[in-house]
Design a binder for this molecule. Structure first.
Ligand code: NAD
Length: 352
């Protein structure tokens, strides 16, 4: 047990993650981890995910990685926020969902605003409403003033802007019209993105383990589909978009890719930092995940801080310029795009 604790805390230290909080609630079956990377620029805002984990260690590691990702995302997006994440180890059944999320709210409230929560994988706007009965440190409830309730469509819009920047930089194209995009994952963000791309005149090839989502994209968006993950990775296309889960970009997948650009919404796309270098060696332009997928966070932060929808959309559009700057710097400094992004984020954190 000691060994495990020491390893986790050493991992937290290596990721500069300042706080780890854990809570169990026997009555509701809640097992919860909150990682706060830092609160240098402001309170740590990050989603609350509720998914099954193979072990507590895996959940804590995920929380730490995601909190760092949120911290860098907030810093590079120039938001007055730190980075944090709540991870709920989803039990086989949640017998009383209201009681379960009330317990989540009470726990968040104990942190006195150092962590602000929001909807994420496995949680809903209704769950946020329940959390809001116990704490005010929550956003993405159904009581927000924005016309869009779910941040996913704004994340997709930011990814679209990022793809436009990548297409301009790598292919010299002013538009995505006629470009071929392969999307892995047609969930909340992936499907919204597919729709936006279709409207831009892009050609789509898609893969998801959910056959309904694929059938929908085939009929609604005239997408082609592949029958396996390997097949979508090997699809010859202009942009490969990882939109399902983290760690997809690794030694095996990089060898399969037939796209000059990797740009998608998934968090923590690189299995290890050196995979940024491996992509660059193959001449593949990588749009760093936390930069291109910041639209949701920008929106969520705006909702919490009562910023107007117009100003928010304009800020999300700015993902184009942020990425263009990173691509330019990467060429000038002869460093990978992921290194340039990390350095910029760290600089913003130090400057404050
Ligand atoms: P989601 O759960 O709605 O969608 C994920 C999709 O991936 C599902 O359709 C699922 O069936 C599919 N999938 C799972 N395993 C797969 C596999 N092996 N191959 C192909 N498809 C597979 O999640 P989401 O909200 O769309 O988020 C997707 C990714 O983007 C996640 O990594 C998330 O952390 C990240 N992200 C989401 C947001 C947001 O606003 N929702 C913001 C930033 C980052």
């Amino acid at each position: 047990m000691k060994q495990l604790e020491r390893d986790l805390l050493e991992y937290a230290e290596s990721m500069q993650c300042q706080e780890l909080h854990m809570n169990v609630d026997e009555e509701t079956g809640l097992k919860m981890v909150i990682a706060i990377h830092n609160t240098i620029l402001g309170p740590a805002l990050g989603g609350c995910r509720c998914i099954p984990y193979p072990s507590t260690t895996a959940a804590v590691i995920d929380a730490i990685r995601l909190a760092q990702c949120m911290a860098y995302k907030a810093a590079i997006s120039n938001l007055p926020l730190g980075g944090g994440k709540a991870v709920l180890l989803r039990p086989k059944t949640i017998s009383d969902r209201t009681a379960y999320f009330k317990a989540v709210g009470r726990f968040i409230n104990q942190l006195n605003g150092r962590y602000i929560t929001a909807v994420d994988s496995g949680t809903t706007i209704q769950d946020m409403d329940v959390i809001a009965t116990e704490t005010r440190y929550v956003t993405t409830t159904s009581h927000g003033v924005f016309t869009v309730a779910d941040p996913s469509s704004l994340t997709a819009f930011g990814v679209l802007r990022g793809m436009q920047a990548a297409a301009k930089f790598k292919l010299g194209k002013d538009s995505l019209k006629g470009l071929h995009v392969a999307i892995q994952g047609l969930g909340h963000v992936g499907y919204s993105l597919a729709k936006l791309l279709y409207n831009e005149g892009a050609r789509l090839t898609v893969f998801d383990i959910d056959k309904n989502a694929v059938n929908h994209a085939v009929s609604e968006l005239k997408a082609a589909s592949t029958s396996s993950l390997d097949a979508i990775l090997k699809t010859e296309c202009d942009i490969f978009a990882p939109c399902a889960f983290g760690g997809l970009i690794n030694d095996k997948s990089i060898a399969m890719l037939r796209a000059p650009i990797v740009a998608g919404c998934a968090n923590n796309q690189l299995e290890e930092p050196y995979h940024g270098e491996a992509l660059a060696r193959r001449g593949i332009l990588y749009a760093p995940d936390y930069v291109i997928n910041a639209g949701g966070l920008i929106y969520v932060a705006a909702q919490y801080n009562h910023i107007t929808e117009d100003v928010t959309l304009h800020k999300i559009e700015g993902i184009y310029d942020t990425l263009m700057h990173i691509f330019d710097q990467s060429e000038i400094e002869k460093r990978t795009t992921s290194e340039v992004a990390d350095n910029l984020a760290k600089q913003y954190l130090q400057k404050s």
